[in-house]
Write a protein that binds this ligand. Structure first.
Ligand SMILES: Nc1ncnc2c1ncn2[C@@H]1O[C@H](COP(=O)(O)OP(=O)(O)O)[C@@H](O)[C@H]1O
Ligand SMILES: Cc1ncsc1CCOP(=O)(O)O
Ligand SMILES: [Mg+2]
Length: 281
């Protein structure tokens, strides 16, 4: 049976956890290695900096044995993948896994081609801590099938992919997050929804990539609670979008105000806006 959202009052517990997590990221400033697409590098690095984390966009294979063992988390993103970048991604994932560091996969446009789908499936074999995609990406990964897509954009609602996300989580052991109007997070059993954000975030390229990197930063400071950290990162990014939208005139100014809002988020604002609810079967 399709899961139905059970709307609950804003949870004090989630809100308090969001503030604790954000202040921990600000205090610890985890080092996050990002091997990501050319489109997202700027916004992703600035998102991490605004949240208090430290981004490093290093992708050369020769550097990975020296650098990756020292990072606090790794973010891999296949958005502009080419065959020569895949060995770096695999090596970095292996180093992260072998040094017990969390790593997060963003399977951008996973179903758009056999090359991209196979690359994602091979990376998933290397045990990501979290997989974060939009509805179409999570459906393609769960079915392991190439299908007509709108490329990097989703043609599905996040809620269309709840069962696919649960299956993917069960099959891989990863936390799976599906972004959209409601951000879904599952460990294969539990399903929660983060109800923050504004629709105009879809009109800024690389917001999905950037929230995946923010998930890596949150999981870096609380690796044993990756499920909660993932939902909290999605919610915090969404609240920054909501605050930014109050000042924005369109996507370009929202991009700027989102970053400023994330940087300036205070306890009262965050606690009064975080909205995370349980989904029941
Ligand atoms: N309709 C919406 N309402 C509110 N927030 C949204 C909406 N669509 C996307 N978002 C937010 O925008 C960000 C990017 O999500 P999404 O567009 O699904 O990712 P992608 O760019 O990878 O396709 C996420 O933080 C998500 O919560
Ligand atoms: C437009 C584009 N093309 C290849 S990667 C990319 C960025 C995708 O970013 P997001 O998945 O966050 O929308
Ligand atoms: Mg994306």
């Amino acid at each position: 049976m399709e899961a139905e959202p059970k709307v609950e009052p804003p949870s004090d517990q989630w809100a308090d956890m969001a503030w604790t997590m954000l202040t921990t990221v600000r205090r610890q400033s985890p080092l996050i290695q990002c091997i990501t697409n050319f489109v997202s590098m700027d916004l992703m690095a600035n998102t991490l900096l605004s949240a208090g984390a430290s981004p490093a966009m290093l992708h050369t294979l020769e550097e990975i044995p020296h650098f990756t063992p020292h990072v606090h988390a790794l973010c891999l993103n296949v958005g502009t993948l080419s065959a020569d970048w895949l060995p770096s991604m695999k090596a970095a994932a292996n180093f992260a896994f072998n040094s017990s560091k969390p790593w997060v996969l963003d399977p951008v446009a996973a179903g758009a081609s056999g090359f991209r789908l196979n690359a994602c499936l091979e990376l998933i074999q290397l045990k990501p801590t979290v997989i974060r995609g939009n509805g179409s990406e999570i459906l393609a990964l769960s079915k392991a099938s190439v299908q007509p897509t709108k490329g990097v954009d989703s043609s599905h609602e996040s809620t269309d992919a709840i069962e696919a996300a649960k299956s993917l989580a069960q099959a891989t052991g990863a936390i799976v997050a599906v972004s959209g109007a409601i951000d879904i997070v599952t460990d294969g059993k539990r399903v929660i929804g983060a109800h923050n954000g504004v629709a105009m975030m879809q009109k800024i390229t690389a917001t999905g990539c950037s929230v995946t990197a923010l998930i890596a930063a949150f999981v870096a400071v609380d690796p044993s609670n990756a499920f909660e950290a993932t939902a909290l990162a999605l919610s915090v990014f969404g609240v920054a979008g909501e605050m930014g939208m109050r000042l924005a005139k369109g996507p370009a100014s929202l991009r700027m105000h989102l970053i400023d809002s994330l940087y300036g988020l205070d306890e009262a604002t965050l606690i009064s806006h975080v909205k995370i609810t349980t989904f029941c079967d």
